[in-house]
Design a protein around this ligand. Structure first.
Ligand code: 9MR
Length: 753
């Protein structure tokens, strides 16, 4: 049945579990027989000591409302029912004491004196002397004008890359229009002078947005400038730049994100203005970590000092599998500048980033990656303990904390969760990678990395199937992974590249991924890491036999071709099909772009580079929502991402996510209640879920569409670094020769450019 358009309460019948409802920690709630049930303790003093309620309720001034619900109490009690502001000054529009006993329907009426979208319906059920059980069902608040279905603000129907186009690169845009025939378009420069015009290409209905669209190609415009606009069908796009340096600042900002996410160190205002904070989780009260963190019961009777590393995302957890792929991508971003024909290593060199280690003679990107690597090493089970050499899967709070919460104020106990094969192999892979990259700068650290990597490899061989539990989701994410053959392949690849030892080549050859597919159609991810090994076998100089390297390179090209074919089918130009809008979809786009970029590094074929450049347009606004998903970049950009550290949307005193933070992006799974509540249209029967590209909301509560994480920013950072390296689009002469020649010329030699 379609929802009453006057209904203000979401999920008042609890058909969707506890979605949309909050409850005091003292009274855990569950849904039993379709009713919300809570065991209310008897030792509280006043009604407001225990509250069950719902926020984000809309009220209109001078309109009458009726709140009704069916409730019962296991023994006679008095409770208070309120409709009130959910933040200061907390004033109540309705406040009524009610006696509860056997099940009964109650109705209370009131007229609102305020206009607000931040009211709450609350049942204040504390203050009764003995413990009791509260049951409630069919909560309804009706009144006010009918609510229109949610319509996102999508701005002009002409969709461009709001950040900028590279002078040499492809310049395409997408126009949402009902026109069935080609329509005229024109590009104006910042002075308002028309510099190009033409007609569009109708593309029919776009599968991932459900929109009827045309594409426009204005690649012929190559002059540097700001304030360009594209007009078509009576609409004018947001302004954009054409600039050789369009991505230079983002290259720095995308990496700066990692500094601000650091655990275990005070963030310096001089380096990150507005983001200064004391060190988080260094054993200082109220923190209960991370300098001496005990194992979970049954896992071990020891503590580890696991300080440092990066906070994973909007939570304060630290997870070895996700830390692994993020550290890999930073190290790979650096390593690429050593091997790729078109690269600018100085852009990542010492003094290039806003980090405390600048000026220490080590490329800053390696300083940043080391912050994580040191943490990963600390997660290894010490010699003499059960499962020695394995890595603990994760360390995080015992319970989920609320927003906002600066890291240094987190008072939850933290625990080491059981070691896993996947975490152990992430450690082996990244430590092996680190061993070769830090060797010129700090041989002792490099040696420590290699020893840890070998130990981890041996431990994983001995315990090849210890899998992290997918139900271990209290207080932190699971990062579970049922298949670890890809982690074995990746670790073997990194160990082989670094050491050249036959054992690791044998392990590679024995892997199902040696000849098998390693590039999933949906793109690689923290769970699917064989591609990382293959990309390095294809690009990093090693003792890999030539024929095997050729095969690895051919597979990268084939995957890039496949991803480009996907992008060509999309009127918005990105390599993502309508079925691939999953949690972190923006990172899937980026990781596919990284594969396409690698194909360019290997071949110099400009089709690949153009594909990467065009794919980015989608992330910076050429999409159904006209949304740039990177904070601080583009006219209409995400800035309310889910984070306990950057909770400006909730608390003005807390900063917004730093410039250069990428949001997870549209996710048809809509795994959080905020996204479900806002994006599913319940005024129709059956309720209508949004099209894939519309499955996103820039709201801090929508963690499944709008979180920030280290593995998404590492993907952004890698790709932006590639694109920023391209400068004016010059391709070294040799890059058009066979790829074997290109790479052998570039191997460990002085970089071109
Ligand atoms: O990025 C992860 C995504 O691939 C999973 O589908 C999702 C659910 O398991 O978890 C995501 O990771 C989250 C992690 O579990 C906890 N920290 C925040 C991460 C990003 O949302």
């Amino acid at each position: 049945m379609a929802q009453d358009p006057l209904e203000r309460v979401f999920n008042g019948g609890f058909g969707e579990g506890t979605d949309g409802w909050f409850a005091s920690e003292a009274a855990p709630v569950s849904v039993v027989d379709g009713k919300l049930c809570a065991d209310v303790p008897g030792d509280t003093h006043q009604p407001s000591d225990v509250i069950i309620g719902q926020n984000d309720i809309w009220l209109q001034r001078d309109k009458p409302y009726a709140l009704s619900f069916t409730a019962s109490a296991s023994q006679p009690v008095r409770v208070k029912v309120q409709v009130q502001l959910s933040d200061e000054p907390w004033t109540a529009e309705l406040s009524q004491d009610i006696a509860l006993g056997p099940e009964q329907r109650h109705t209370c009426t009131f007229t609102s004196r305020v206009d607000t979208d931040r009211a709450a319906v609350s049942f204040q059920i504390g203050g009764n002397p003995a413990a009791w059980r509260f049951r409630v069902d069919d909560v309804s608040l009706t009144g006010g004008d009918p609510l229109p279905p949610y319509v996102p603000d999508t701005g002009p129907r002409v969709r461009v890359n709001q950040v900028g186009y590279l002078p040499f690169g492809p310049k395409r845009a997408t126009v949402v229009t009902d026109a069935t025939e080609p329509i005229p378009w024109q590009v104006n420069n910042g002075a308002g002078i028309t510099v190009a015009s033409g007609t569009s290409t109708p593309r029919g209905v776009d599968a991932s947005s459900g929109q009827q669209v045309h594409t426009v190609d204005f690649s012929a415009v190559t002059e540097d400038g700001t304030g360009y606009t594209l007009s078509a069908d009576g609409e004018t796009s947001y302004p954009f730049d054409i600039s050789v340096s369009a991505y230079d600042q983002l290259r720095s900002d995308a990496l700066h994100f990692f500094y601000v996410q650091r655990s275990g160190i005070a963030i310096d205002d001089a380096l990150a203005p507005g983001y200064a904070r004391p060190a988080g989780h260094v054993g200082v009260t109220p923190n209960q970590g991370d300098t001496s963190v005990p194992c979970q019961p049954g896992v071990g009777d020891y503590q580890l000092n696991v300080r440092g590393g990066w906070y994973d995302a909007g939570d304060h957890g630290k997870y070895v599998v996700n830390g692994g792929i993020a550290a890999y991508q930073l190290l790979s971003q650096f390593e690429r500048t050593r091997n790729a024909p078109v690269a600018r290593p100085d852009a990542l060199g010492d003094g290039s980033l806003r980090v405390p280690e600048r000026g220490n003679g080590v490329p800053d990107i390696l300083d940043e990656a080391r912050w994580e690597l040191e943490f990963l090493l600390r997660m290894q089970v010490p010699a003499g303990r059960p499962l020695a050499g394995m890595a603990h899967h994760k360390v995080h709070d015992e319970k989920w904390t609320g927003l906002p919460l600066p890291p240094e104020e987190d008072s939850q106990p933290r625990k080491l969760h059981p070691p896993s094969t996947a975490a152990t192999l992430n450690l082996a892979a990244t430590a092996a990678q680190g061993a070769r990259l830090y060797a010129p700068f700090d041989p002792d650290f490099a040696a420590r990395c290699l020893t840890a990597a070998r130990t981890a490899w041996a431990a994983a061989q001995a315990h090849p199937a210890i899998l992290a539990s997918k139900t271990d989701t209290i207080g932190g994410g699971a990062y579970d992974d049922a298949y670890v053959s890809d982690e074995f392949y990746w670790a073997a690849a990194e160990l082989f590249i670094t050491t050249g030892e036959q054992t690791f080549l044998d392990a590679l050859r024995a892997s199902p991924h040696w000849t098998g597919e390693v590039f999933p159609p949906s793109g690689f991810s923290w769970q699917d890491v064989a591609a990382l090994g293959r990309l390095d076998l294809a690009t990093v100089p090693s003792l890999l036999p030539d024929a095997d390297r050729d095969a690895a390179r051919a597979s990268v090209r084939a995957a890039a071709d496949q991803y480009l074919a996907t992008a060509r089918e999309q009127a918005y130009g990105m390599p993502l099909t309508k079925d691939e809008y999953l949690w972190g979809s923006n990172s899937f786009v980026l990781n596919k772009l990284a594969v396409i970029a690698t194909a360019f590094d290997l071949t110099g074929d400009e089709r690949y580079r153009d594909g990467v450049v065009e794919g980015l347009d989608y992330l910076f606004g050429r999409n159904a929502l006209n949304q740039s998903y990177v904070t601080g970049y583009g006219e209409h950009h995400s800035h309310n991402q889910h984070s306990r550290l950057y909770a400006h949307q909730i608390t003005p005193a807390s900063p917004a996510p730093p410039a250069g933070s990428i949001a997870g992006g549209p996710n048809t799974g809509l795994e959080d209640p905020k996204a479900r509540r806002v994006l599913i249209d319940r005024t129709v029967d059956p309720p209508k879920r949004p099209e894939p590209q519309f499955s996103y909301i820039d709201d801090i509560q929508s963690w499944s569409t709008n979180e920030i994480t280290i593995n998404w920013n590492s993907a952004l950072s890698w790709v932006i670094s590639f694109v920023a390296d391209q400068r004016d689009g010059g391709v070294p002469a040799t890059a058009t020769t066979s790829d074997e020649e290109t790479l052998s010329r570039a191997q460990w030699s002085a970089p071109v450019d």
